[in-house]
Design a protein around this ligand. Structure first.
Ligand SMILES: Nc1ncnc2c1ncn2[C@@H]1O[C@H](COP(=O)(O)OP(=O)(O)OP(=O)(O)O)[C@@H](O)[C@H]1O
Ligand SMILES: [Mg+2]
Length: 289
């Protein structure tokens, strides 16, 4: 794996505009002592330490190697974004993480709940709601095996309130807008308070303004609930606006592993974000793009 940690000159240059406490901590720490994956902020969020760990993970389909010897440790509570060209293996990585697929080599460790229960949830680009179930019932699907009856209804209404849809609980999915349906899907994914939320381009089908609203909503709920977020996105600006750390996958490997040591809330279009976006785009397309 090639880990590109922030060298001190880059950190200082990035931070010239307004140095954050995290950037200063990185700049003042000798390189050998860096822990490039986790911002101090992310590590303070939770004491369960590592949320998941990939060790030499490979996934082949027939002769085709999609993921090749991936090593990745993600601390609990971190928001990590995964970027890469179409077909590079992003969804495959999420499928492995969520247990929907198995690696052909390597070891994958996922932090489970105290009783060993699966506390990982996934959200897709399409909301995948049940058309025959009302909104509150759709959210309760996320509590299957965890809560039922009045308790499930109460939790469902509470999370619908969080995503701003408590007044739509009794309606059918068909009468909601695309953005509202995605908010229901987010509520269903979060109602059981997962440790890890995997997001496979969840905002990809939304218009630009709805998308920014959803990014803000996702960030707010992540800050409140302290889950570990793994966001696959094609949108480099979205990745740097939301994530503590961005990884780029190319030819089956992690081609870039970049910390985003900027305070929140972040301002779209700020010079720091633009610089980080440039670094990611250089990795994807080469610096002579
Ligand atoms: N079940 C499968 N059987 C055979 N090949 C597969 C299977 N699942 C994925 N692949 C192949 O693995 C590669 C990576 O697919 P994956 O869906 O992970 O890409 P991706 O990075 O998510 O792409 P996109 O950005 O277009 O969603 C592709 O070449 C795909 O055809
Ligand atoms: Mg995909």
């Amino acid at each position: 794996m090639s880990v590109i940690a922030l060298d001190q000159k880059t950190v200082a240059a990035r931070s010239a505009h307004k140095e954050t406490a995290e950037a200063r901590a990185l700049r003042e720490t000798p390189p050998g002592q860096w822990f490039p994956y986790a911002t101090p902020q992310a590590r303070e969020r939770d004491n369960r330490d590592i949320a998941f760990s990939f060790r030499g993970i490979g996934r082949k389909f027939g002769d085709k190697t999609v993921l090749d010897n991936i090593d990745l440790d993600v601390p609990a509570g971190q928001f990590i974004a995964v970027i890469g060209k179409s077909g590079c293996g992003k969804s495959t990585l999420l499928r492995l993480l969520t247990g929907l697929d198995k690696p052909t080599s390597g070891t994958l460790t996922v932090n489970k709940g105290e009783n060993g229960e699966n506390r990982t949830r996934i959200m897709f680009q399409e909301p995948r709601l049940l058309p025959w179930a009302r909104i509150a019932k759709n959210v309760e699907v996320g509590l299957t095996g965890i809560a039922s009856g009045a308790e499930a209804r109460e939790k469902s209404l509470a999370i619908l309130n969080e995503v701003g849809l408590s007044d739509r609980a009794g309606e059918w999915p068909s009468v909601l807008s695309g953005g509202q349906r995605q908010r229901v899907a987010l509520a269903r994914a979060l109602v059981a308070h997962p440790y890890i939320l995997a997001l496979d381009e969840p905002l990809g089908a939304l218009d630009a303004l709805t998308r920014i609203e959803m990014q803000q909503l996702l960030e707010r709920i992540w800050l409140q609930q302290k889950f570990t977020a793994v966001l696959v996105t094609h949108d480099v600006a979205e990745a740097v606006a939301l994530a503590d750390r961005v990884i780029v996958i190319d030819q089956g490997k992690i081609a870039l592993d970049l910390g985003i040591p900027l305070e929140r809330p972040r301002r779209h279009g700020s010079p720091e974000l633009a610089r980080l976006e440039g670094q990611i785009l250089d990795t994807l397309f080469g610096s002579a793009q």
